[in-house]
Design a protein around this ligand. Structure first.
Ligand code: SAH
Length: 287
């Protein structure tokens, strides 16, 4: 089966365990109570008894899920996102912080208005210049892998491939600082425009070739790439903190792409190759 770019297929769950005895770089500040404790999980999952009892907002959102919805109508509702989060949980995403963050970010504000009514479906969407925003399930899966073994927020995170800025916005709720780099000027500008309304002070958008990483922000507690190359660029490994983790798509021997998880430990680099994915290509230089 041929996959569309960004239309990734989760395979067998082979999640690597956090390295024994290796403390992943964390963040000393605890999150506010609504970010990850059981009540937040409930909120993220939308299981609050009152959620479905609040007309007219939830009725409008429900109606919107059942039939094509004019752009903008019903999408502001938390209920629409809660349903997406519920589905993510059913698909196996367990991390309460990731679920809460996915529930907070308004994905429809990152895509073209003509596509906004598909924003909470589990599908990848075009974001212009031949690039795609990954489907929610893949974003959540990668963020869960990135955070594995951390109870609190991550420290500084580097994202390669800002695209429309959606994943950077989700990351802003999971990390102390997010450095996100994009090689296409048009998308870098669009992401800046998209993110402005959210006033996320900890997201730093950079225009440049992410294959070089961003040395000024290093070392990073975590690095995540939304584009896949033939190999993991050495700069990423260099800029990863000891105890840090990198999650990226990478070409495998058969010419396919798979998710790769790399842990930088005191004993060296540990790499796990997980399920097949299909991301846009990692390219060098800027345009
Ligand atoms: N995380 C994004 C997904 C963007 S798709 C989102 O939420 O929208 C992947 C992006 O990686 C594309 O925008 C592509 O231009 C970018 N990309 C590819 N190679 C790159 C490189 N070397 N440096 C920076 N960005 C790169």
């Amino acid at each position: 089966m041929r996959l569309k770019p960004g239309c990734e297929t989760p395979g067998v769950d082979q999640r690597p365990q956090a390295a024994a005895g290796v403390k992943r770089p964390g963040f000393p500040v605890r999150l506010s109570p609504d970010a990850g404790l059981p009540s937040a999980t409930r909120r993220a999952l939308g299981t609050r008894a009152t959620d479905d009892l609040k007309p007219p907002q939830s009725k409008a959102a429900l109606a919107g899920l059942q039939q094509p919805m004019p752009a903008g109508v019903g999408l502001d509702s938390q209920t629409v996102r809660s349903r997406m989060v519920e589905k993510l949980a059913r698909q196996g995403v367990r991390d309460a912080l990731v679920l809460a963050a996915m529930g907070r970010v308004e994905r429809h504000r990152f895509v073209d208005t003509a596509l906004a009514n598909q924003a909470y479906e589990d599908t990848s969407l075009p974001i212009g210049l031949g690039q795609t925003i990954s489907k929610p399930n893949v974003v959540a899966r990668m963020l869960e892998l990135l955070r594995q073994g951390n109870e609190d927020r991550l420290g500084r995170v580097l994202e390669i491939g800002t695209g429309c800025g959606y994943q950077a916005a989700v990351l802003s709720h999971l990390a102390s600082e997010v450095y996100s780099i994009e090689r296409l000027r048009g998308l870098h500008d669009r992401a800046r425009e998209n993110l402005r309304q959210f006033r996320l002070a900890n997201v730093h958008l950079l225009f440049g070739d992410g294959m070089q990483g961003f040395a000024k922000g290093a070392p990073y507690a975590a690095i995540i790439a939304a584009a896949g190359g033939e190999a993991i660029p050495p700069a990423w490994i260099e800029q990863l903190a000891l105890g840090g983790r990198l999650v990226a798509p990478m070409q495998t021997a058969g010419g396919q792409q798979a998710l790769v998880v790399i842990d930088k430990t005191a004993q060296g680099i540990r790499q796990a190759v997980l399920e097949a994915v299909h991301f846009v290509p990692l390219k060098s230089g800027t345009v």
